[in-house]
Structures are given as structure tokens and as C-alpha cells.
Design a protein. Sequence first.
Lengths: 332, 438
Amino acid sequence: MSARGGVWQRSFAVSRKTWLLVGSGCIVLLLLIWAGSGTAWGRASYPVLLQALITGLLLGGVYSLVSMGLTLIFGVLDIINFAHGALMALAMYAAYLLVTFAAFNPYLSLLITVPLLFLLGFVLQRFVINRIMGQPAENQLLLTFGLALLVENALLLIFTGTPKALPAPFAQSSLHLLGAVVDIPRLIAFAGSLLLAGVLYFLLSRTTIGTAVRAVAENAQGAAMVGIDVRTIYALAFGLGTACVGAAGALVAPFLSLDPTVGEQFTIIAFVVVVLGGMGNVAGAFLGGLIIGLLQEIGGAFFPNINKLLIVFLVFVLLLLLRPQGLLGRKA
Amino acid sequence: MASPPFATQRHARKKQPGALLRRSGAAIFLLVVILVTAACGGTSGSSNGSGSSSTPRVIKIGSIHPLTGALAGDGKQMDEAVRMAIDDINAAGGIKSLGGAKLAIDSVDTQGDPNVAQSEAQRLVNDGVAAMVGTYQSDATAEVAKIAERARIPLVIDVTAADDIMQQGYQFSFRIQPNATAMGTYGARYLKAISDAAGSPVKTVAYIHEESDFGTSVFKAFQAEAAKEGIQVVKEIKYNAFNVSDLTLELTQLKAANPDVIAATGYYKDSLLVAQNAASVMPNVKAMYGVANGAFDLPQFPKDAGKAGSFYFSSNYHWNALSSDANKIRSEFQAQYNDEMRTPAVFSYVAVQVIANALERARSTDAQALRNAIAQTSLNTSIFPFSGPIEFDSHGENKNAQPILMQVQNGSVVQVYPGQYAQARPIFPATPWSGGTK
């Protein structure tokens, strides 16, 4: 157990080897596409492959959005948050209420949902999650899973299970790029994901609070000894993670219809992404999200009639065998 | 796997058993709160089924639907429709041949899980229900039908499309809704009929459907009937409805197959996604055509999809919009629950009518007598666009069940085929991106 690294910095400790790995993966992918375009089959399916690439990247952006908060919470608090998807649904419903009843622009609603979710996360950690800090995993699982049930069923009670769609300004608009389609709302979500990754990077590596968060993630007792208020940092980190998923919820609401269980489908993928990127590694989660999205769609282009997640899980199992610490994680 | 930075802290905390106890106490308290909330949601309203002392006996009808989970939207409506049907029958004097015996609902929640459905069905049996209505999901219905058969208690299936449930030789299960085969078969026939009538016959279809038993069996029936009608299915694409969040690639693949028509079978959210993504991809087709599609004929579809939902066809089981009985029930439901009654709930309502009708003729709540009475049902109803009264064949399937073809026109869903149920003429060829002329 070395003292180096941190929520963000862990990524750079192994950077050369890892980037080589990721880079060679990308090159293989490009080679495949290039070789494919040489054949008649490849030319015929060129628009499909290009679309797969674009859709995969955009979808991967959404996965990254959801996963960054989850991995941050894991990295700092060592808690596996099963309520993550439910909190995302909560953010989506908040955006829905703001748009339908207060005539907000869905993207302006971010200004309210993100602070709101941050506050909720902060309070939740302080009064609920804090009680199970450092306890056995099954206690944490029960509590966060219970929270998820509570939130989802409360939403069900209030909004019923009928799927709702958000009236969004650019919902039907799209760009056409070399014969492929780029939906504007998905592009905005992708940009939001990039922005969020940038903000988190800045926050964690360039600010005093970020340094404190990293210190607590490394060694809570040591951090306490140098005068960091560990309890506040825990609540802050959980709040940050929740704010991230709040942003994710508000950004995907314009193109996904919402029901109380909408977060579940992302929770499962987010766990895969978090492990893939290296648990607790925010840069890893960002990269992992993009990789899963691309894998899913490009796999879908080559094998149209099998469950797309099957390909994802297959590669995931292989990765666990070959590199159990995740792409950007370090050996424990 | 990752470094546990709290190893030391964990030890520190374990030194205080009191604090630990307090903490787990809080966790248990939270669990109890959750369980109580869940229990309240699941059994509300079942308490009124126990008063059986006075002269008008109370006959319990089990309602088994997904009241929580991903399918709760329709499940809750279906449960409410059962309740409303029972209230209506009671208000009209109950079961007259049994001295005005009243019906009472015994409502349970499948949570959308076949295992839960099985244990909850057993609970209904133990509660002494005379008959059951359910369940909306094929895999859950399969479990409930098994229990019904073993306990020899009639099950009237309101909504569940999968064919094989009724192929088990069950004596106690009956289905009102057209099954998957009927929906796929009629879907192909209607497509042939309207495209021929429009002078623009369809030769090729590319088909996208969700990958479970429901989507697959509807697709297979469609493909078989289409082949007979001279329509070739040139591409089939499947997807998982529960984790799909983008179908752009799939629609691009369908577009690349260059079909005359794109057909789709799925649930609400994924089918809405089909419409939204198709509006971006803009495949060069004559029509977008739903077969047993869970979205294209719903009243909220034109609102949610906006312009992207125009001209969508949907061949599906549905109530008959020309029937005054159907409209009366739907406005009663709207008034009572402040929610627009959708097709599955209308089926649940009629399922209770079928049971009440059989109870009248059976003059008994004896399970075997009731079962025989249901088997001999011949119930005329204008609520559905069926080809005749509700009558069950030897498998328990409704002989006269048939779907109806609808289309989104001017922002609302109208019936367009067969002619006797048509509110408007079908507009074909037409897509949202090409408009009414192609």
C-alpha cells in the first residue's frame, strides 16, 4: 500500500503503459474499419460503421457522466452506492418539474438540479451514510439499496409509473455528418460529460478542497492529523458525486423518457465502467464510459442480433482476467 | 481490489460496540420503514374482503398485477380497473343468481417478477379467492397459470401475449386478448390490405423488435403470414428493451436494407426511441408500422413524440373507439382516478365482467362449476373490435379476438382498418419526414 496516487492522480502513475494499451486498442479499431472499407461488404456497411462509431461515442459520454460520480464516491468514501441510479432518476424528475411547471429550458434546469442534488448528497452522507462508514460491505449494501428502493417508490407514488417525456427545444434536431446522424441533445450531453470531467479534474487537482479530498481518500487518519475535517470532506465528496449524477440526469432528460426506474439501466453499466476504469479513478471512469459505449455499438454493428451488452460483458470478463485492477488502476 | 484506505479506521470503530449497535439499529429502523412502505403499497384495499358474515356473501376476486417496478404504470391502472369493474357490478346489484352476492377485490403486487408473481398467486389461493385476473407480463402469467391449475382456481388473463402459456393443456386459464400469433398474423394482413388499397403494394419489410418472447413470437407470426401475402422480411434486428437508450445504429442498419416499410414491436419507452431516432435517420420507406407495439397507439405517443410520431401505424389489441360502452368506462375511469385509461386496463375491466357473467350462470362459487361456466362463455361486447362475442376454444383462447389498425393523424390516434371500425381512411404512403405523399 503506497502513499502515492489519489482519486485523480492514480491515473498518471501507470500512464505510459496504460495509454499504450488504450492507444493500441484504438489503432486496431481504426485498422478494422479501414480494412473493412476495402471490401465490398465494408463499403456497403460504411454508413452503419460510421454511425456505430458516432453513436458509441455519444452513448459512451452518457455512461461516463453517470460513472464519474459513482467512482468518486467509491474512491473517497469506500462506499458502493447502489442508490446512484435512483438519485439520477430523482434529478430527471426535478428537471421534468422545472421544465413543465416553471417553463425552464432543460439545460438551464441544471443550475437548480445540480446544487440541489449536491445539497441532498451532503445531507444524506452526514445523517445516513456516515453511520455505515467503514462497516462491513453488506451493511453498506443494505443501506444504499434501501435508499434506492425508498427513492424509486416515492417517485412511483408521486408520478406513477407512466413514462414521461420532457418537452425539449432541440429534441428533434440533428446534424448530418458524412452520412451519419448526430442528435443535438446527445451531442450536448457528450459535451457536458467532457466539461464535467474537466471541472472535476480542476477541482481535485488544483484547489485546496480537492487536495483535502485526495488526502482523505489516501489516508483518512493522516488527513485528520494534519487538521483536515474528515467528516466534512466525506459529506462534500458524496455531495459532489451526487451532483455529478444530478448533472447526468438533467443532461439525458431531453432524449430519454423517464420513469422511476430509469436509473437502473445505467447503474449496472456504471458499475462495469467503474471497475473497468479502475475503482475510484475519475479519469478511468470517463475513459471507461467511452470504451463501453464504443464496444457496445461497434459490437452491435458487427453482430446485429445478439444482446449488445453481451459483448460488453465478454470484454469485461476478459479484462478482469488480464488486468483485474482496471485500465487506469494500479495493482493493490 | 482497490486500496482500502480505511483499514485503520475500521479497527478504531470496532472498539466501540455501543456505537456499532446504535448504527445497525438505525439501519434496521430504515429497513423496517422501507418494508412497511412496501407492504402498504402492496396490500392497500385488500382489507375490505373479509366481511362475509351477513346474507349477501362476499366473493373475492384476486387481482395480480405489477404495482411496483418498471411496469407499474400500466399495472396500477389494471388493478384500478379491476376495482372499478367490481364496484360497478356491486352497484348494479352484485351477482343476482347468488342472492345479490357482492364481489370484493383481493389485490397483490407481482413487482414485475415471475417469482414474486408465483408466491403472490399462492397467497391469493390461500386467501380463498374465487377467480384471479392478471398479469400483463408473459413470464409472470406463466407462473400464475401454473398455480391456478394446481389449485384448480380459474384465471382470466387480461393482458399477456405469449402463445405458449395456453399450449400447456391448462383447464383453468382463459385469455381475452389476441395472442402473439394473432397479432403478428393480422399485422401482416392489414399491411397488405391497406397498401394494396392505396395502389402502392408493399414488397419488403425490415423489422425491429425487442428480444424477449413477446417480440420474437409476434415477429415470427408476422414473418410467416407476410410470406403468404408475398411480402418478404429483408432484415430483422433485436434489442433489449430494458437497457436500451439509443437505437440510432439499429435504424441505420434497417435503412441500409432499403425496405418498403419498417415494422416495430416493443414496449413504450423503446418504441418512443424508435420514433425519435427514426426522425433523425429518416429511412426512405413508405410507412412506419407498429405490430403489437406498446407505444404507437397510446394517447400520449403523439404528444411525447411530437412531429416525429405523425402517420405511424399500429396494428394492436385495443378498445373500440366507436363503442359507447367503451367510452363510458373510460370516462368513468378518468373521473375516478384522474388518469387516461389505457388498453390493458380496459381488458382488466372486461376480465371481471367475464367472471361475473360466469358466476351468474354457475349459480355457485364452486371452482369447477365456475370454470365450466367460464369455458361456456358467450359474451357480446362492443368494447372491443372483435369479430364476434367473447368465446373460448379448447385451449382457453378467445376465438374471436382480433387486433385493429390505427394511425396517428393530426396529433391523435384514429382507427383506420378494418372498414367497419374505421374512423378515418388510412394515409399511405406517409412518414413524418416525407409527409403524406412520398
